[in-house]
Design a protein around this ligand. Structure first.
Ligand code: PMV
Length: 313
């Protein structure tokens, strides 16, 4: 059996994070500049069922049997084997690498899972469709998120822009005019399960106030889809600003995120917001293509640890 590899992109949520957990629509797009990769090499002369995982970025180098049952990498692997009905695969080594920052709202967990699921199923000679890959990755997302909406595994598995509503069939949509965004990392991170848990407690304490916020964000996401399909991408700027206001009300922004959002706007961005779980991680800014590099540099000068310029097509 030859070595096999699979990779999966990062992602950003353009509109609708958190409210999406409560049934509102959200829009997410793949980010191909960063990716996770899984490489499988057969281990010749080792008993079948032997699986070794090597993930240098998280200092993991162990037999899968030595890992905790809720280890996310082992979970992705075991769910894939189960789905294929294979208990004793030929011995192999699974190496996982990623250029996606961890716990930063760029979909690192989902991308690692999708890469593992595709590599393992490919190695064992079975093709899994995007829907199956997404469903398996969702099982792993539960470890990261507690109560995930499913948006991360969906956008990463399909690797296309998605208009996502929890529990509903996937809707892709057409981007009439490509637009450019700058993604900037605050350098701080809070696990998504923490911010998702915070929003859940706050919603339980004051459901009326939080439902108003979730509905407002749902309206913004619906308008954003219409604007993107209508080719009026500059109008996404004020919608990003409005979405950021609602996320601040929800308590998931941070001084660092607010600062980078402000700096981006002052530097000429058409709009900006935090992206993903929040309380750190990344923000995104809609920019004119010819200003993107300058705005990215200004964000770095203001403390962003990493920036990515990407065209949404
Ligand atoms: O993985 P992150 O940090 O991009 O956040 C996922 C988006 C949330 O809406 C906050 C959670 C979810 O499951 O949808």
């Amino acid at each position: 059996m030859p070595a096999i590899s699979a990779s999966a992109p990062g992602k950003v949520i353009l509109f609708g994070e958190h409210a999406v957990v409560y049934g509102q629509p959200a829009i997410a797009v793949p980010i191909n500049q960063v990716s996770a990769k899984a490489i499988i090499t057969p281990l010749i002369n080792q008993p079948s069922g032997t699986i070794h995982i090597d993930a240098p970025e998280i200092n993991l180098n162990a037999a899968v049997t030595e890992l905790r049952p809720d280890d996310p990498l082992a979970t992705a692997l075991n769910h894939t084997l189960q789905a294929m009905g294979i208990e004793q695969p030929p011995a192999f080594k699974l190496r996982v690498t990623s250029t996606i920052p961890l716990a930063a709202g760029l979909g690192s967990g989902a991308a690692v899972s999708v890469a593992i699921i595709r590599a393992v199923s490919g190695f064992l000679g079975q093709f899994l469709g995007d829907d199956q890959v997404s469903a398996l990755a969702y099982e792993v997302e539960k470890l990261y998120h507690g109560t995930p909406s499913g948006i991360d595994n969906t956008v990463v598995a399909y690797a296309k822009p998605v208009y996502f509503i929890k529990g509903q069939p996937l809707e892709t949509f057409t981007i009439d005019q490509p637009f450019t965004i700058v993604i900037a990392d605050t350098g701080f991170s809070t696990p998504t399960r923490v911010t998702v848990g915070h929003v859940r407690s706050a919603w339980q304490a004051d459901p009326t106030a939080y439902d108003v916020i979730f509905n407002a964000i749902g309206d913004i996401a619906r308008q954003a889809r219409a604007v993107i399909e209508g080719g009026q991408s500059a109008e996404l700027g004020p919608l990003m600003d409005a979405n950021h206001v609602e996320l601040r009300k929800m308590g998931v922004s941070s001084p660092e995120l607010d600062k980078l959002v402000q700096v981006a706007r002052q530097a000429g961005a058409l709009g900006a917001k935090l992206s993903g779980g929040g309380r750190g991680g990344n923000m995104i800014a809609l920019v004119e293509a010819d200003q993107a590099e300058a705005i990215a540099q200004t964000l770095q000068n203001a403390g962003a640890t990493h920036t990515i310029v990407t065209k949404v097509l």
